[in-house]
Ligand binder design. Structure first.
Ligand SMILES: Nc1ncnc2c1ncn2[C@@H]1O[C@H](COP(=O)(O)OP(=O)(O)O)[C@@H](O)[C@H]1O
Ligand SMILES: [Mg+2]
Length: 469
C-alpha cells in the first residue's frame, strides 16, 4: 500500500472527526486554531495506526508469497494487530497441511515406482500418442535403449504386438494378449498384455506387461522330445524282433539252428523293451509323487549293504569288487527303502557297466563336510554323503550337466550294448529330490567318476524339517 493511499485512507477515517471539529468551531464552542490542531492530531493518530496495520499486512503478505513460491518461510515476528497475526498463523497451518499432503503424494509415487521396479515382469507405460511415458527396471533390462518420450515402435517392432496395441488404442478391446519373440534373442518368448488404464492416470494411458514364456515353451518342447525319444527307443528293438520273426516265418522256417541262434537275441530285445517300459513307468510314477516327502524310517547303510550284495555277481563277472566303507555309526534317515535301493542300484550298476574290468567300485558313506548349496536349509543338521566311485575312462566335462536328462547318453551304442535305457540317472535325480537331497557328479578323464548323493540324515529336528520342507 502506497503512501498516497495511506494519507487518503487516514483522511477518510478522520473525516467524521474533522466534521465534528468544524461544527464545534462554527458554533464557537472551540477556537478555530484548537479545532484545526485537534483535527490534524487525530488525523496523524489514524495515520500512525494505519502505518502499523499496513506494515503487519505487508509482512504477512511477504510471508504468504514465500509460502507460495517455496512452500516454506519464516512467519513475521512483530505483529501488532491480532487479526494480522491470526492470518499469519492460518497461512502457517495451510502451508503445513500442504507440505504433509505433498510428502504423502511423493512417498506414494516413489513407492509405486519402487514396487514397479521390484516386479519381475517388464512393464512399459505408453500415452495416447504411443509415446513411452514410463517403465520399470525389468523393462530396461529387456530393452536396453528404452527411453521415455520416444515412440514405442523404436523399441518394439513386432507387427503382432503393435496390432494388439492398436486394437486396444482404438477401443476395440480393453486388453489384449499377444505373443512375441525378442528380436535380439530369438530364444526368448514373451506374452505381452496390453491394457487400457482408466482416464485418471495422466499421461499413462496404456500399460504393456511382459511375461516370459521361455521356460514354458522349453518344457513343452522337452515333453514333445521325450515322447519322440521314447518312441524311437521302443521302435529299434521292436523292428529287430519283427525282422527275426519274419525270417523265422519265411526263409528260416523249420531251421532249428536259426531258431537257436535268434531266440537269445530276440529275448535280449524283448528284455530291452521291458526295461525301457519299466523305467518309463517308474519315471512317471516318481514324478507324480515327487512333491510328497517320504515318511518312513530307513537305514542307508543297510540299503547299501543289500545293494552291494545283490550286484556282487554282476561285478564279479567283470572281475570287479564292490567295496563299502562307512565312517558313520548311525545311517538312519526318513526315506523309502525301495526308492533309495533304486537310486543306489542304478549308480552302482552304472559304475560296473562303465568301469574298467578288474577295478573296484568304491562306495563310501560319510558326513558331508561341504554340502552343496541346494541343501543350505539343512545346514544345522547332519547331511550324509554317499559316494560311488569307479575307475573308468571318465566322462568329458561337457556331458556332466546333461547326464541326468532323460535319454541323454555319452555313447548311445555303448549304453545300449550294456543294456542301458538312458533313463537311470533321470530316475535317480527325481528320487533323490523327493528325499530332499541332491546329487553331484565329478569325473576325471582317464581316471574315473564319483557320483555323490547327499541326503539329510535323521537327527532330532531333521525329521520335522523333512516333513515341513
Ligand atoms: N559311472 C559312469 N561312468 C561313465 N559314464 C557314466 C556313468 N554313469 C552314467 N554314465 C553316462 O551317463 C549316461 C546316462 O546314464 P543312465 O541314465 O544311467 O543311462 P544308461 O541306461 O545309459 O546307463 C550313460 O549312458 C553314460 O553315458
Ligand atoms: Mg544306468
Amino acid at each position: 500500500m502506497g503512501f498516497r493511499q495511506l494519507i487518503l485512507t487516514a483522511l477518510a477515517i478522520a473525516f467524521p472527526v474533522g466534521i465534528v471539529f468544524i461544527v464545534l468551531a462554527s458554533m464557537g464552542q472551540l477556537g478555530v486554531g484548537t479545532a484545526i490542531l485537534s483535527a490534524l492530531l487525530s488525523w496523524l493518530g489514524v495515520v500512525a495506526m494505519l502505518r502499523i496495520y499496513f506494515g503487519d499486512l505487508r509482512r504477512v503478505a511477504r510471508y504468504a508469497t514465500d509460502l507460495r513460491d517455496r512452500y516454506k518461510g519464516t512467519p513475521p515476528q512483530h505483529i501488532s494487530f491480532a487479526a494480522a497475526s491470526e492470518l499469519s498463523s492460518l497461512y502457517t497451518q495451510i502451508a503445513a497441511a500442504f507440505r504433509d499432503r505433498i510428502a504423502l503424494l511423493e512417498a506414494q509415487t516413489s513407492t509405486d515406482a519402487e514396487i514397479l521396479d521390484h516386479l519381475p515382469n517388464p512393464v512399459v507405460m505408453v500415452n495416447r500418442q504411443r509415446v513411452v511415458t514410463g517403465f520399470n527396471r525389468a523393462a530396461k533390462g529387456l530393452f536396453h535403449n528404452l527411453e521415455t518420450g520416444r515412440d514405442l515402435t523404436r523399441f518394439i517392432r513386432d507387427p503382432i504386438l503393435l496390432d494388439a496395441f492398436d486394437d486396444v488404442a482404438n477401443e476395440r478391446e480393453t486388453m489384449k494378449h499377444a505373443e512375441f519373440v525378442l528380436a535380439s534373442d530369438a530364444h526368448r518368448h514373451f506374452d505381452v498384455l496390453t491394457a487400457r488404464l482408466p482416464a485418471a492416470t495422466g499421461d499413462r494411458n496404456y500399460v504393456l506387461t511382459f511375461s516370459d514364456l521361455t521356460e514354458l515353451r522349453k518344457l513343452e518342447q522337452m515333453r514333445a522330445d521325450f515322447a519322440t525319444d521314447a518312441g524311437h527307443e521302443l521302435r529299434t528293438p521292436l523292428s529287430v524282433l519283427l525282422g527275426f520273426i519274419e525270417t523265422l516265418e519265411g526263409p528260416a522256417k523249420d531251421d532249428p539252428d536259426a531258431l537257436n541262434q535268434f531266440l537269445p537275441v530276440m529275448r535280449d530285445q524283448a528284455q530291452r523293451m521291458q526295461h525301457l517300459i519299466e523305467d518309463l513307468l517308474s519315471l512317471a510314477r516318481i514324478e507324480l509323487n515327487e512333491h510328497t516327502p517320504p515318511s518312513e524310517d530307513c537305514d542307508v547303510g543297510k540299503i547299501i549293504g543289500k545293494v552291494a550284495q545283490s550286484l556282487a555277481m554282476k561285478a564279479q563277472d567283470k572281475g570287479m569288487n564292490i567295496r563299502v566303507t562307512s565312517t558313520l555309526d548311525d545311517t538312519g534317515m526318513v526315506g523309502e527303502e525301495k526308492e533309495l535301493t533304486q537310486v543306489f542300484v542304478n549308480l552302482v550298476e552304472n559304475a560296473i557297466k562303465y568301469g574298467h574290468a578288474n577295478t573296484d567300485v568304491e562306495v563310501s558313506i560319510s558326513l558331508a563336510k561341504n554340502p552343496p548349496g541346494a541343501l543350505a536349509r539343512f545346514r544345522h543338521d547332519r547331511i550324509m554323503a554317499v559316494a560311488i566311485r569307479d575307475h573308468s575312462d571318465g566322462i568329458a566335462r561337457e556331458h556332466l550337466p546333461r547326464l541326468t536328462e532323460r535319454f541323454y547318453r555319452v555313447d548311445t551304442a555303448r549304453s545300449r550294448a550294456v543294456g542301458g535305457t538312458g533313463l537311470g540317472l533321470a530316475i535317480v535325480k527325481h528320487l533323490v529330490q523327493r528325499h530332499r537331497g541332491t546329487m553331484q557328479i565329478e569325473s576325471e578323464q582317464g581316471v574315473g567318476s564319483v557320483f555323490t548323493v547327499y541326503l539329510p540324515a535323521k537327527t532330532g529336528d531333521n525329521v520335522r524339517k523333512l516333513h515341513t520342507a
